[in-house]
Design a protein around this ligand. Structure first.
Ligand code: ATP
Ligand code: MG
Length: 292
């Protein structure tokens, strides 16, 4: 099906970095078809009036704010750092990281307040400034461009403020985490101007609904199972917080088949309890798409 209302929608994505692969995969997941971008600035969608713009992630918040792009996929940390006025539409469930304070392993500091009067190297000066002001902490920000994790070894700083996901980089550089500023993940953002334009807003809304459906589907499993009718009340109690499952009588007297969607986080727990309650022939299927 063609997503079109004769209006071009431009979506800004990270050109080449941690978010690029998952961003493209999400857009394909909601039915947009396009060629690999291969170092080009633009890619047109074959089946939609949508154009992808590939740029450095630092530029995405401002480009969306200024209406150069109508939507963007970028780390929330970058939106914060650029103080961009954009509408955050959806968290996207990837690109998870935390902005942290860290010190060399041999440092005496164990908490953020121990950094008073010290130098903190960072590529996130805006977020760090806001944090220091909020905490009433008087430290000097050393703004750098490249890798913050080497700054203490070079005696450019006493501590760093940097993004971490697993903490491997910190460990590899003999650094120890002493405080967290905030958590971040990739988010879908839209420009205020596009949201005020009726036609573009309608297209944005369609893409957003598809994205939500895809993200919800990824958190769900579709389960079918057989059970004695007498076990139904118990099984329905176990199936957590969802609308009533579909129940179909089976040819075998007193037996029913149940169909239900179960959230991934509770999936194993729910399956085990259903089995204990008398469920059998449990079949689990991935959920492809959900429209609500
Ligand atoms: P660009 O060349 O586009 O400016 P970059 O080097 O600034 O790229 P990446 O390192 O690709 O950016 O990270 C992009 C985003 O990925 C970050 O802004 C952040 O939201 C997220 N992210 C997830 N995990 C990490 C991590 N461990 N370190 C840094 N960023 C991470
Ligand atoms: Mg960047």
């Amino acid at each position: 099906m063609r997503i079109t209302n004769g209006h071009n929608l431009r979506i800004a994505l990270q050109n080449d970095g941690r978010l690029t692969g998952r961003s493209l995969e999400l857009l394909r997941g909601i039915g947009l078809e396009f060629e690999e971008h291969e170092r080009r600035l633009f890619a047109r969608c074959r089946n939609a009036d949508v154009e992808l713009l590939f740029i450095r992630d630092d530029d995405i918040p401002e480009y969306v704010q200024d209406g150069v792009a109508d939507m963007g996929i970028v780390g929330r940390n970058v939106v914060i750092e650029k103080r961009a006025r954009v509408d955050e539409l959806e968290p996207l469930g990837f690109g998870f990281c935390t902005l942290v304070l860290a010190v060399p392993r041999e440092s005496a500091a164990t908490a953020p307040r121990d950094l008073a009067g010290r130098r903190i190297a960072t590529t996130h000066p805006v977020a760090l400034r806001a944090y220091l002001d909020r905490e009433g902490l008087d430290a000097r920000i050393v703004e750098i461009r490249g890798a913050a994790e080497v700054a203490p070894a070079l005696d450019v700083a006493d501590a760093i403020c940097d993004l971490v996901s697993t903490g491997t980089t910190l460990r590899m550089n003999d650094l120890r985490r002493v405080g967290d500023l905030f958590e971040s993940q990739a988010v879908l953002v839209a420009s205020g101007a596009a949201m005020e334009d009726e036609e573009r807003a309608a297209l944005i809304e369609r893409l957003r609904v598809r994205l939500r459906g895809l993200l919800t589907a990824r958190r769900m499993k579709y389960v079918t199972l057989n059970a004695p009718r007498s076990a139904l009340p118990r099984i329905q109690e176990i199936l957590p917080g969802m609308k009533s499952p579909t129940v179909v009588p089976l040819a075998e007297e007193g037996m029913v088949a149940l169909h239900a969607a179960v959230e991934e986080e509770v999936f194993w727990d729910v399956m085990e309890r259903i089995k204990d309650a008398g469920g059998s022939e449990i079949l689990v299927l991935p959920v492809e798409k959900v429209m609500r």
